[in-house]
Design a protein around this ligand. Structure first.
Ligand SMILES: *Cc1c(COP(=O)(O)O)cnc(C)c1O
Length: 421
């Protein structure tokens, strides 16, 4: 018998859809205030024209990654031609510069707005020293204990089946939040080939190693020939299943991603690249194109962001970043909690902020847009994932769980008793 008061399944579905719509309203409002670099491309272009004029650079030079590296800006005088700086800010940069190296590619400088409050500018904070780097604190030079997980030259080994090879200390720029400051000396130095060879020999001699991560510094600061040489040797190790490269060049010097580089990398599948975008403003036309070229070369791309106070410690900024990355065919992989490295202590957030960010990604958005939030446990004890609590309690044969919206549900927790005869 049809009950006229009974809701149809369509009506129930429509009501539920209304509730779901309300869940996303705060993000839809917030995201309007969080531009991607792509949204500000006209301003960025204008700054690029000024930089080109200053350096007397042709279009070809500007698009040449070696020109970008050669012309990295690392003095206050040049910087102040493109960024408005107070005397205090200039003095701070000079003072920090005596202790910690800094430099920024002309391209990445073009992403920074010249005026405004620099201390609210996520690109400025990642690139230009502030007085806060001189805070004395509990920071260590090497909180990950890399020194004690170094069984062969260039290698960090912390896990049973995979390891890191550090091939250079050179980067496209020197990020203010760098967790490997102690390796970034005052002089650019890629590892001598015999050290890299010794690292490769270690991999060859240890058959349980099935995954090698090539990092630094930034491995994409090496020449195509050198990268080709490293990858070819790794290809020849039968027990190595695939290779990975960790690089921030697609973000800071996207000109590095050339057709020639992509042709070379293509020869070395399976190869994965993880990069480090930390803020939606870093997603410019240039960076997007770099990602697309790598993806077209058949390389699966991932992102390893670092959670940085004042830069991206916000649930909506992180969500917008992850959505922007997916549109560049980059899969969010990790968000790292910032470690206590000397000179970067001002970037630290609570762990709770990271967990809150995860709370607002899970369920609210696609699983594809959800990285893992990771604490790198002290002394090289390994990456440890942090999640909001979804298990409320264990009962006899049941488990009480919480859904992404906070609904509490009792759920069976028992093996089937049926037996095969
Ligand atoms: C991060 C890291 C890896 C790779 O870890 P995944 O969780 O597999 O991405 C391997 N070795 C070391 C020493 C690392 O720091």
């Amino acid at each position: 018998m049809a009950d006229v008061m009974q809701k149809t399944s369509r009506e129930i579905s429509l009501e539920r859809a209304e509730v779901l719509k309300t869940r996303i309203v705060p993000y839809l409002e917030a995201r309007e205030e969080i531009p991607l670099g792509l949204d500000l491309q006209d301003e960025i272009r204008e700054r690029q024209e000024n930089l080109k004029a200053y350096f007397n650079a042709t279009e070809d030079e500007w698009n040449d990654w070696r020109w970008q590296i050669r012309n990295r800006i690392n003095d206050v005088e040049t910087l102040s031609k493109f960024i408005e700086l107070t005397d205090k800010q200039k003095a701070d940069i000079e003072k920090v510069g005596e202790k910690f190296r800094w430099s920024i590619s002309p391209y990445f400088l073009s992403v920074i707005e010249p005026g405004g409050n620099h201390y609210e500018n996520p690109i400025y904070l990642q690139s230009i020293p502030t007085g806060l780097e001189l805070i004395e604190g509990i920071g260590e030079a090497d909180p990950m204990g890399e020194e004690f997980t170094n069984p062969a030259p260039c290698i960090t080994r912390r896990y049973p089946d995979r390891l890191v090879i550090n091939v250079t200390n050179v980067c496209g720029m020197y990020c203010r939040h760098c967790q490997r400051r102690r390796n970034i000396g005052e002089v650019d130095a890629s590892q001598p080939s015999e050290n890299i060879q010794a690292a490769i020999d270690y991999v060859a001699a240890n058959p349980e190693i099935r995954d090698v991560l090539i990092t630094g510094g930034d491995p994409l600061t090496l020449s195509d020939e050198k990268i080709d040489w490293i990858l070819t040797q790794l290809d020849n190790i039968p027990h190595l299943e695939y290779k990975r490269i960790g690089s921030r060049m697609p973000v800071t010097v996207p000109q590095r991603i050339t057709p020639e580089l992509c042709e070379m990398l293509k020869k070395h599948h399976p190869l994965f690249i993880n990069m480090q975008f930390n803020h939606p403003l870093e997603i410019t036309e240039e960076a997007k194109k770099a990602c697309e070229m790598l993806a077209d070369a058949g390389i699966p791309l991932g992102n390893q962001a670092v959670l940085l106070r004042g830069v991206n410690d916000d649930k909506f900024v992180m969500k917008k970043l992850n959505h922007g990355l997916l549109q560049c065919r980059v899969r969010p992989y990790y968000i790292f909690h910032a470690k206590g490295v000397v000179g970067t202590l001002h970037f630290r957030t609570s762990v709770d902020i990271g967990i809150e960010i995860m709370e607002h990604l899970i369920g609210y958005t696609s699983g594809l847009a959800r990285p893992q939030f990771i604490i790198n446990a002290p002394l090289g004890k390994g990456k440890t994932p942090m999640l909001p609590e979804y298990v409320i309690s264990h009962g006899r044969d049941t488990i009480t769980i919480r859904t992404w919206e906070g609904t509490i549900i009792e759920y069976p927790n028992k093996d089937a008793e049926a037996e095969y005869e």
